[in-house]
Design a protein around this ligand. Structure first.
Ligand code: PMP
Length: 426
């Protein structure tokens, strides 16, 4: 009884607890990119950016189950899975300089730790973030989360160490055209030159390399390089929040920062890393990681536990052995191609953002004014649910269909999604 389940939650949980749909389906099990409800109906899950290797992957479940039966403890003991996982992450590093790993349990924790590392390492406090971003719910990650949708309160009462610049959204932002990268980067130059700005007290810049929470917006070419250059010239560190975009989702690159041609000083990762088992990490340079010792020891009770490490290793094994990054590239191209064709027939589609299996279909009422089709986006998602597809709105305006499915998405499921969307738009 989905309605009864919702009422049970309401009685014991906070109203702010997010949910998909007014009345979400009651899901019983998952398989690859499919979710199956208690009535036996299946849905193609186009939204879950955590279950990268697919729901209920047998190799993953077996590895985690076996380790749970044997032992779970913490990183104060020696067990080989911990160093194994850190070595495997370092082997995936986009740069030999990023060679040190700290394990935590979530994206918010990874971002929190990254900000803390930057502040300790530089001895400064200021952080620059992009508008429309989301980086987590803890005090520090929330402070740099700027989406007015996710976080209207924090937008109004931001602590003074956080400085916001416009996201380089060349579809609907202030700067368009060939010079957009330089124009957006100039916003940062103005901020850093401002005597009331963070220029003299700059610890870090944080952003998603490709702007997932803005709807999968790819920054204009060269933007991030120009930003990183200025941040470093002012003594700050560059943090790439790869919690959503990293781990092969882009298809062409394992990391979003590599796709953008930049090398961060600190990378945060979570979601995909544990395929739903809580696991996150910070990947950084040795000198930055060692600065933690100035504040004492670092320990997380469950971060890097044997079970989480085994989960993390199974995810990396499956991504490699089932060529999931390659699948994200191939199926993502197919999907983006078909969505572009839909856009020719349906004026509601203003833009298809993103790449790989990190796409956003931005819906507008008018292609000139770009008036967001917010209520239409919600209605489309509701109707898609009835037709067996789980897809959700994203972006500050809630007018972008968020497409971040498991990386094992089949071409058939991709087609099923596009065909249903075509039908609903019709
Ligand atoms: N950073 C980004 C870019 C995210 O998308 C999210 C989660 N939506 C987080 C951080 C926070 O991760 P978590 O929910 O695991 O704390």
């Amino acid at each position: 009884d989905p309605a009864g389940e919702l009422a049970r939650r309401a009685a014991v949980m906070a109203a702010a607890q997010e949910k998909y749909y007014e009345q979400p389906p009651q899901i019983e099990r998952g398989w690859r990119e499919l979710l199956i409800d208690t009535r036996g109906r299946s849905y193609v899950d186009m939204v879950n950016n955590v279950a990268v290797i697919g729901h209920s992957h047998p190799r993953f479940s077996r590895a985690v189950g076996d380790q749970l039966r044997l032992l779970n403890t913490n990183s104060r003991f020696l067990y080989s899975a911990l160093a194994d996982l850190c070595e495997r992450i370092v082997a995936k590093s986009p740069d030999p300089g990023l060679d040190t790993v700290l394990l935590v349990n979530s994206g918010s924790e990874a971002v929190d730790l990254a900000l803390r590392l930057a502040r300790i390492h530089t001895g400064r406090g200021g952080v620059v973030a992009l508008r429309e971003g989301y980086h987590g719910w803890t005090m520090a990650s929330d402070a740099v989360s700027t989406s007015a949708f996710d976080n209207p309160h924090a937008v109004a009462s931001r602590p003074d160490w956080v400085h916001i610049i416009d996201a380089p959204n060349s579809y609907r932002g202030r700067h368009r055209g060939a010079a957009a990268a330089a124009d957006y980067a100039a916003d940062l130059a103005h901020l850093l030159a401002d005597p009331d700005g963070p220029g003299g007290d700059l610890a870090a810049f944080i952003s998603e390399p490709v702007l997932g929470n803005a709807g999968g917006v790819v920054p204009p070419e060269g933007y991030l390089g120009l930003v990183y250059e200025q941040i470093r010239a002012h003594g700050g560190l560059c943090i790439a929040d790869e919690v959503q975009v990293g781990y092969g989702r882009l298809g062409s690159h394992f990391w979003g920062s590599a796709q953008q041609g930049v090398v961060p000083d600190i990378i945060t990762v979570a979601k995909a890393m544990g395929n739903g088992y809580p696991l996150g990490a910070v990947l950084t340079r040795r000198d930055i990681a060692e600065s933690l010792a100035r504040e004492g020891n670092f320990f997380s009770s469950a971060g890097g536990s044997p079970v989480s490490c085994v989960a993390g290793l199974a995810v990396l094994d499956v991504i490699r052995d089932e060529s999931l990054q390659e699948n994200a590239d191939a199926v993502g191209r197919h999907l983006a191609g078909r969505l572009a064709l839909l856009a020719e027939r349906h004026p509601l589609i203003g833009m298809v953002h993103g790449m790989g299996l990190y796409l956003g279909v931005e819906l507008v009422r008018d292609r000139d004014s770009l008036e967001p089709a917010t209520s239409e986006t919600t209605a489309i998602c509701e109707r898609m649910l009835e037709l067996g597809v789980i897809v959700q709105p994203t972006s500050e305006r809630q007018n972008v269909l968020k497409i971040k499915p498991p990386l094992c998405l089949s071409r058939e499921s991709a087609d099923f999604f596009v065909d249903r969307l075509d039908e609903v738009l019709q």
